[in-house]
Design a protein around this ligand. Structure first.
Ligand code: FPP
Ligand code: ZN
Length: 504
């Protein structure tokens, strides 16, 4: 639902009828730089016993979809509804332009992107960190990825960090393959993914031992098709996406290594049973859970869609394994009003990091819905009806997501402090709102010489223009790869680098 030209009208309408049910946020009062929202990358979806349906197609009557439920206002006051009201109250003056926080405004009266300040903030997160940062010692590669990816989304040249990054991640590498989160730590799928992406951003992937990585990934592939996050750790959808990203960027063989435990259950490749396992994570809400039977979360929807978009062309693989209409309905319900950003799950609060985790789903969903009709895609412009409000997200990020003052950086919501995680994913989400990504159906989905899965390399981007684009051209963020969440050129470089690579 695009906001009206005069935001006052739409926002007032929404405000006067609004009393939604939300849950209490965490009361996190950390030091400035120690405010990395590390829980966001953790696995915290609680089990939801007895409520799981693998297909929700006929679970709800047509008029009672998740997006519809979002419009129902309940007059009952609860802790959850009060939290929501508090968030709306802190965002509304910024959205309405009543409080511009001293930010420079664009030609539409909306804050400009603080490009320079956000870049300075991200450079700062690559320097020495204060003591409270020891709590993220097991996630060090994420700090590198958020900063380097965020900087490159701003158009900064990050190649200056190449040598430093290679030296910094060297001690995180285990001889059994993969990267841990800190010195002496076990290899972990999420940390290996973040390391790989950070290295890809600076052009440093040549330091990775591909053969060791292949063996290690073989040790976490499961008999049911999914991946564990580490040896003996939880199996979840992050593992499926992270592992397939690593395999594809590095052009590792799809065949499981000889000693891989899943071989003893009859599996032969990393992709065996994977699509069906991803499909089994779809819940009664239509969204995607970390693992079968858990609560749906927008971040896991991105992992599922991106994983399937690696396996094959999205218009084939996504409808094959997911109920796309149910997922679409669930995702649409996550765009909050009047804030305009996304919540991570039903009845929860807007948070700028979901600008990517949910905002990034749309390119993949749109490709899934295009049915391979690329001509239909190319006719889309700013007047074509959208599945989501690009304008709403842009307004949320520019008005509510930017830290004012001398510090810069982007934040979950106005009452939160900025951090690298929210800055990176806010910028990725802003790119999703400002630009359009098209899957090129004419290209091969497999490289017949090496066997490499090629679907994820078949994307092109274009700028969305038109009057609903409420930012000035100089505030447009770089194109962000819709599957690998890297600048497009970094993905092209990795694609070329390992084109004919063999394992030695
Ligand atoms: C809930 O946190 C958050 C989750 C259950 C999932 C978080 C997962 C990610 C952000 C992505 C992980 C992906 C990879 C590739 C590692 P919360 O209860 O604090 O937040 P909420 O109220 O917004 O749901
Ligand atoms: Zn967040």
């Amino acid at each position: 639902m695009p906001l009206k030209e005069n935001p006052d009208d739409t926002l007032d309408e929404l405000m006067h009828t609004k009393a939604r049910i939300e849950e209490l946020p965490d009361d996190d009062d950390d030091e400035d730089l120690a405010n990395e929202d590390n829980d966001d990358i953790g696995f915290s979806g609680p089990p939801f016993p007895g409520r799981h349906l693998t297909t929700s197609k006929h679970a709800l009557p047509p008029w009672l979809q998740i997006a519809t439920i979002n419009l129902i206002h309940n007059d009952l006051t609860t802790a959850t509804s009060e939290s929501q009201q508090n968030v709306t109250a802190e965002c509304l003056p910024l959205l309405l332009g009543k409080d511009t926080q001293g930010l420079e405004l664009n030609s539409r009266g909306i804050p400009r992107l603080r490009r320079q300040k956000h870049a300075e903030f991200l450079h700062g997160t690559l320097g020495n960190l204060p003591a409270p940062y020891q709590v993220v010692d097991a996630s060090r590669p994420w700090l590198f990825y958020w900063a380097l990816a965020g900087l490159s989304f701003l158009g900064e040249d990050v190649s200056q960090y190449r040598e430093r990054l290679i030296e910094t991640v060297r001690p995180l590498k285990n001889l059994t393959g993969g990267f841990g989160g800190g010195h002496g730590q076990l290899s972990h799928c999420a940390c290996s993914y973040a390391t790989l992406l950070a290295l890809a951003a600076v052009g440093g992937l040549d330091c990775v031992d591909r053969k060791q990585m292949w063996h290690w990934l073989g040790s976490i592939k499961q008999a049911d098709g999914g991946f564990r996050m580490a040896t003996g750790a939880e199996e979840d959808i992050r593992g499926a996406y992270c592992a397939m990203t690593i395999i594809t960027l590095l052009n590792l063989p799809l065949a499981l290594p000889p000693g891989a435990p899943a071989r003893s259950s009859g599996l032969e490749t990393f992709t065996d049973k994977l699509g069906a396992w991803v499909g089994s994570c779809q819940t009664y809400e239509g969204g995607i859970a970390a693992a079968p039977g858990n609560e749906a979360h927008g971040a896991y929807a991105f992992c599922a869609l991106a994983c399937l978009s690696i396996l094959d062309a999205p218009q084939k693989s996504i409808p094959k394994y997911l109920d796309v209409q149910a997922l679409l309905s669930c995702l649409a319900g996550l765009q909050t009003s009047p804030e305009g950003g996304f919540a991570g799950r039903t009845n929860k609060l807007v948070d700028a990091c979901y600008s990517h985790w949910v905002g990034g789903c749309w390119a993949l969903v749109e490709a899934a819905l295009s049915g391979g009709d690329s001509a239909k895609d190319t006719t889309m412009d700013a007047t074509t009806p959208e599945l989501w409000s690009r304008e709403g997200l842009t307004r949320y990020l520019l008005c509510c997501g930017q830290q004012p003052g001398k510090k810069g950086g982007m934040r979950d919501k106005p009452s939160a402090r900025p951090d690298g995680y929210h800055t990176c994913y806010s910028l990725a989400g802003l790119s999703a709102a400002q630009n359009r990504y098209r899957y090129i159906t004419e290209r091969e989905t497999i490289d017949h010489a090496s066997g490499r899965l090629m679907a994820a390399f078949n994307w092109e981007a274009e700028k969305v223009v038109g009057k609903t684009m409420v930012f000035d051209e100089q505030d447009r963020v770089e194109f962000v790869h819709p599957v690998f969440v890297l600048p497009m050129h970094a993905v092209e470089r990795a694609k070329a680098q390992f084109e004919s690579a063999t394992l030695v």
